[in-house]
Design a protein around this ligand. Structure first.
Ligand SMILES: Cc1cc2nc3c(=O)[nH]c(=O)nc-3n(C[C@H](O)[C@H](O)[C@H](O)COP(=O)(O)OP(=O)(O)OC[C@H]3O[C@@H](n4cnc5c(N)ncnc54)[C@H](O)[C@@H]3O)c2cc1C
Length: 444
């Protein structure tokens, strides 16, 4: 258990932990920031710097033409340290914000280390701290901390890997070509994309020839090692390679799903299941995949009814430690039952550099308010940050499955008018999000 020389302990000096520590320190709250590197490392980090960017050096798009831009504009309003350092160390990348990764991490480290309210402690925290704290230990949280957190929240509510199927927006599905039905007439919960023999054959060929991502060394064997435990989340391309008809007896089974247009069962079917409470997002059932994203797009657009599908989240298979947010977190990112303990970053169930940073900002601001005895404020729902928080609260439609999410237009509250043009829609959402954020974002 770390020594408490400060008001709030932040565990993990990644993107979220640095942002949280900064938000606290800037509000006059004294912080001890614990980072285990370089004494203990993760399989993906390779330096001793804070806020190390472990993979791509791109933080995504800027401006008013997409969800990533809306999120950045809100982070700017919140005076984000991470965003500020990213802009100072940017390298040319078209419309995206990409950074010189070494200069970026050095700059964040310098700001944190020189802040009079921050004490940086290079030590692994092996148990969830007592008293006011923020846990921001990321997708590769150390085993001891993962064990301690799992014991606190219940092991079933902590996941150790992502096996995610792609998600599309409902409005981009061609409802003329699909039908809504449950298997054997049970309910109307699924959108079914029917395929005839030729369509299935073309789909199978695309799937078998599509390029796959190469897993990191530490991920090898996780999904592909033949371990029975992971059989339930086997990638669709691996299942397909067992035989041409394997999918037709698995996730693409048409039995009990007659197409009302013909009265007969199709040759194969792709089922889509509602993914958020608002019913704006649908996932492809059983389609967890490690295919490259461009290949996923090509495959999905070959499915009848999904020719123009807007994919808001591609499938991934990778190591990722995160909590079942709808069950264990409140709307302020606190663990239910522990009013002084916040989670921040990717471990909350968001995915991506900027999303993790945003959850660091929220946890930092909320922890500061709590420390100062102020009332915690709910983030405006129309903002990108409010939409991510809403996803964390409400994503699991059936109360069990919860998959991490990145920021995308599909998680914003729907507009009253149905706007097909993505750019135009983003601009309207941008204006709405910024106007509510300016007036209702929790005050500093
Ligand atoms: C291999 C890999 C590749 C990725 N590629 C991308 C990408 O290209 N684009 C993208 O947007 N996102 C990517 N992500 C997701 C990315 O990690 C997150 O978006 C982001 O870094 C998460 O920020 P974080 O602060 O939550 O965690 P991190 O940035 O990982 O920070 C967590 C910190 O906590 C420290 N720590 C862990 N346990 C302890 C402990 N017990 N005590 C003290 N310190 C501890 C770690 O050393 C680390 O510094 C990738 C993730 C992985 C694992």
């Amino acid at each position: 258990m770390p020594d408490r020389k400060s008001d709030v302990i932040v565990v993990g000096g990644g993107l979220a932990g640095c942002e949280a520590a900064w938000q606290l320190a800037e509000r006059g709250v004294r912080v001890s920031l614990f980072e285990m590197r370089p004494f203990v490392s993760t399989p993906a980090h390779s330096t001793a710097q804070l806020a190390e960017v472990v993979c791509s050096n791109s933080f995504g798009g800027e401006g008013d033409t997409g969800a990533a831009g809306i999120l950045k504009a809100e982070l700017e309003l919140g005076r984000s340290l991470v965003l500020d350092c990213a802009r100072v160390t940017r390298v040319p990348a078209g419309g995206a914000l990409a950074v010189d990764r070494n200069r970026f991490s050095e700059l964040v480290s310098a700001h944190i280390e020189s802040h009079p309210n921050v004490e940086l402690v290079r030590e692994e925290v092996t148990a969830v701290p007592d008293g006011p704290a923020i846990i921001a230990t990321g997708p590769l949280t150390s085993s001891a901390m993962a064990k301690s957190l799992g014991e606190l929240i219940g092991d079933g509510y902590l996941s150790f890997f992502d096996a995610v199927a792609p998600i599309v927006t409902r409005e981009s599905i061609d409802m003329e070509k699909v039908y809504v039905a449950g298997r054997y007439g049970r309910g109307h919960d699924y959108i079914n994309c029917p395929m005839n023999r030729e369509e299935y054959s073309a789909f199978y060929k695309t799937l078998m020839t599509a390029e796959r991502t190469v897993p990191h060394d530490f991920e090898r064997g996780m999904f592909f090692g033949g371990d029975a435990y992971f059989e339930g989340c086997i990638p669709v391309e691996v299942m397909a390679s067992r035989g041409v008809d394997t999918l037709r007896f698995g996730p693409m089974k048409p039995v009990g799903l007659p197409d009302p247009k013909t009265g007969r069962e199709p040759y194969a079917v792709v089922q889509l299941r509602q993914d958020n409470r608002e019913g704006t997002l649908y996932n492809l059932v059983g389609f967890q995949t490690g295919l490259k994203w461009g290949e996923q797009a090509r495959l999905i657009r070959g499915i009848p009814g999904l020719e123009n599908a807007e994919v808001v989240r591609f499938g991934v298979m990778h190591r990722n430690i995160y909590v079942n947010a709808p069950v264990v977190l409140d709307e302020y990112l606190r663990l239910k039952g522990r009013n002084d303990l916040f989670l921040a970053g990717q471990i909350t169930g968001v995915e991506g550099y900027m999303e993790s940073t945003a959850m660091g900002m929220v946890a930092g601001m909320n922890a500061a308010r709590l420390f100062r005895g102020e009332v915690l404020e709910v983030w405006p729902r129309e903002s990108a940050i409010g939409s991510l928080l809403n996803y964390l609260q409400n994503a699991a439609v059936d109360g069990k499955t919860f998959q991490p999410m990145n920021v995308n237009l599909g998680i914003f509250p729907p507009l009253e008018q149905n706007i097909k043009d993505k750019k135009q829609k983003a601009q309207i959402l941008y204006t709405r999000a910024l106007s509510v954020s300016r007036s209702r974002m929790p005050s500093p």
